[in-house]
Design a protein around this ligand. Structure first.
Ligand SMILES: Cc1cc2nc3c(=O)[nH]c(=O)nc-3n(C[C@H](O)[C@H](O)[C@H](O)COP(=O)(O)OP(=O)(O)OC[C@H]3O[C@@H](n4cnc5c(N)ncnc54)[C@H](O)[C@@H]3O)c2cc1C
Length: 245
């Protein structure tokens, strides 16, 4: 982490930039992690709440494959002054706050993935009853019925895992399982969304590949759930670390 926050009386002076920030330029406030003591590495990170109107800059927005209704861009701090009152927690607590937050936000990406999967299933099932090939609805073809059934089975399993992770949050994580369950829920639900939406495109045939039908967008939107809030490779690092600790 190269973003720096240096104390100056009752303020911190923030310098550096962040990439891939959701709602960059749209949000009025930003949660920013910056190094207050670089030599302490992860123990020298501090969290701040920064107001857009304090001079935050947004020089670039990404042109993305999916999630196109949600802007993503670069956020730049050039001598942005942050009052002490806007420090979240104590100096050096930032890394702990970030991990605590990720444990609670990862299941929400799982929930997003479940929603995308369900939308793809609903649309594909409806299409299968309408579209006729060789004189009968394609819904009568057993090969396609099995595809649809597998899509639903994997989605129900994803939903159950996401609910389990969210219930663990509600319960206050008494057995310290959230880190593991959140990573498992996020990775399984997002891998499921990618395969389910790809199959939904297949079930619509040529029309599935066009922008006249929504399933190609579901497929493009599913991809990001395997990447952000920690890639699914990183989720597997988290899961394995829990099992082998
Ligand atoms: C649309 C979008 C919105 C985003 N919104 C935000 C946001 O609001 N705030 C924010 O802070 N970030 C945000 N991000 C950033 C996002 O969380 C990161 O892009 C993501 O965590 C992956 O990090 P990276 O891009 O640096 O990939 P890299 O770390 O460069 O990964 C490259 C490849 O290496 C693999 N890899 C890396 N490390 C390991 C490892 N230890 N073990 C095995 N494989 C590994 C990855 O899985 C991947 O396949 C957003 C990203 C996107 C695309």
């Amino acid at each position: 982490m190269r973003c720096r926050a240096e104390r100056d009386g009752d303020e911190y002076v923030l310098n550096g930039s962040k990439y891939w920030i959701t709602n960059a330029g749209v949000s009025d406030t930003y949660t920013v992690f910056a190094s207050t003591e670089p030599s302490a590495k992860s123990h020298g990170i501090t969290c701040f709440l920064v107001e857009k109107e304090w001079g935050v800059q947004f020089p670039k927005h990404e042109d993305k494959l999916g999630l196109r209704a949600s802007p993503t861009g670069e956020v730049v701090f050039n001598n942005v002054r942050v009052p002490l009152s806007h420090r979240i927690g104590e100096e050096g607590e930032g890394f702990r706050i970030a991990l605590h937050t990720l444990d609670r936000s990862r299941p929400t990406i799982g929930a997003q993935a479940v929603g995308i999967s369900q939308a793809a299933i609903d649309y594909a099932a409806g299409y299968m009853t309408q579209r006729k090939a060789f004189g009968a609805p394609i819904a009568q073809l057993q090969g396609l019925r099995f595809m649809l059934a597998d899509m639903a089975i994997r989605t129900e399993a994803s939903r159950a895992l996401v609910y389990a992770a969210c219930a663990t949050i509600d319960a206050g994580d008494p057995d310290h399982q959230l880190n593991y369950l959140g990573a498992a829920a996020k990775s399984f639900a997002s891998d499921t969304a990618m395969s389910v939406t790809t199959d939904a495109v297949q079930l619509l045939g040529g029309y599935g590949f066009t922008k006249d039908f929504p399933v190609e967008r579901y497929m493009r939107d599913a991809k990001i759930t395997q990447i952000y809030e920690g890639t699914n490779q990183v989720q597997r690092v988290v899961v394995a670390k829990h099992l082998l600790k």
